[in-house]
Ligand binder design. Structure first.
Ligand code: NAP
Ligand code: ZN
Ligand code: ZN
Length: 346
């Protein structure tokens, strides 16, 4: 076993601190990755703060990992030492259920093995990417195109795929009007990706403070919800709405923005149950849906799409010593638009 440096909190309210954890020996199908950069997702904070339920502390979080392969198992064929690779939100699944066979391992009927906080096949609890190294089955390791800025690419592994997948599934493209609610980590990727797919993109943010950024990221229009009547002016307009907000919203207000057969997809994951009036769905035959990350094949497709279109997240690179401050800034929506930890400082 390999003992490695990591960062974790000892309780839901404690700051993150240095810890050491062990990684399993490299098995025949495993790769050992020297982590270079690790993104900070709002889900990391929800998890450690126990917004979604109790967890076993300390837990090392982080599921936007990029690094270099430094060792491979005897049966590994997909990756070799020196390759630039990534790991997202899953590190395994049953591989046998109909969803796994369809390449949608995120919806594994037995539950996928999350990159952190899941019981792995060997019975241990998985520990995530705020660490120097990780050992992962080669089938859940992505190839990261070398043309993408190494220090900025990590957030594609969660924020990128979580927005790419519903945009693709619900047909974002030329002639389609897509709205993105919340301009944070996921939201800014949704804007870049929907724009690259050829859709007409509207950002719905609370204030006008991100208006210039939205245009730079590729948005065609901008709505600040704090302005009276701002949303009402966009009723019956959008084919697809991607809601990335981490807190509860009044769904009916936003569903009314959908045109005939439009869909609002929730990727934001507030802990509270949400309610809506079914009559809002009756109007325009609207749909309300959810979407969880994306499968391995689609994640690779997304990375290749980003390489083709020259898309990387807008990031702020930090030393691990700044991680607690960064978490506070995520909670205050003061991130432009994803923090990435330089793993050499861990
Ligand atoms: P983030 O960077 O904090 O962005 C969330 C954005 O939501 C903020 O920038 C803010 O945008 C808006 N917002 C925050 N609080 C709000 C409030 N009270 N009312 C209205 N708007 C508010 O977070 P993230 O990393 O993008 O993650 C967003 C959510 O997606 C989290 O709940 C996360 O757990 C979830 N998630 C889900 C999946 C999945 O597979 N479905 C994957 C990853 C993350 P403005 O300042 O522009 O208003
Ligand atoms: Zn995430
Ligand atoms: Zn499965």
């Amino acid at each position: 076993m390999l003992t490695v440096n990591a960062y974790a909190a000892s309780s839901p309210t404690a700051p993150l601190e240095p810890v050491t954890i062990t990684r399993r020996d490299v098995g025949p199908k495993d790769v050992l990755i020297d982590i270079a950069y690790s993104g900070i997702c709002h889900s990391d904070i929800h998890t450690v703060r126990e917004d979604w339920g109790k967890i076993h502390h300390p837990l090392v979080v982080g599921h936007e990992i990029v690094g270099t392969v430094s060792e491979v198992g005897t049966e590994v064929t997909k990756h070799k030492v020196g390759d630039r690779v990534g790991v997202g939100c899953m590190v395994n699944s049953c591989r046998e259920c109909e969803n796994c066979l369809a390449g949608e391992e995120q919806y594994c009927l037995g539950g996928n093995v999350g990159t952190y906080g899941s019981v792995d096949r060997d019975g241990t609890v998985t520990q995530g990417g705020y660490a120097t190294h990780v050992v992962v089955d080669e089938d859940f390791v992505l190839s990261v195109p070398e043309s993408l800025d190494y220090a900025a690419v990590a957030p594609l592994l969660c924020a990128g795929i979580t927005t790419y997948s519903p945009l693709k599934h619900w047909g974002a493209g030329p002639g389609k009007k897509v709205a993105v609610i919340g301009l944070g980590g996921l939201g800014h990727m949704a804007v870049k990706l929907a724009h690259a797919m050829g859709a007409e993109v509207t950002v719905i943010s609370r204030s006008n403070s991100k208006k210039d950024d939205a245009a730079r990221l590729g948005a065609d229009h901008y709505v600040a919800t704090e302005e009276a009547g701002a949303l009402r002016a966009h009723r019956n307009e959008f084919d697809l709405i991607i809601n990335t907000v981490s807190a509860p919203l009044d769904l009916d207000t936003y569903l009314r923005l959908l045109r005939l057969d439009g869909t609002m997809v929730n990727v934001g994951a507030p802990p509270e149950p949400l309610s809506l009036r079914v009559f809002t769905l009756f109007g325009n035959r609207r749909s309300f849906a959810g979407s969880s990350i994306g499968g391995i094949r689609e994640t690779q497709e997304m990375l290749d799409f980003c390489a083709e279109h020259g898309i990387v997240p807008d990031t702020e690179l930090i030393d691990v010593a700044q991680v607690n401050e960064a978490w506070d800034r995520v909670l205050a929506s003061d991130v432009r638009y994803r923090f990435v930890i330089d793993a050499s400082t861990i």
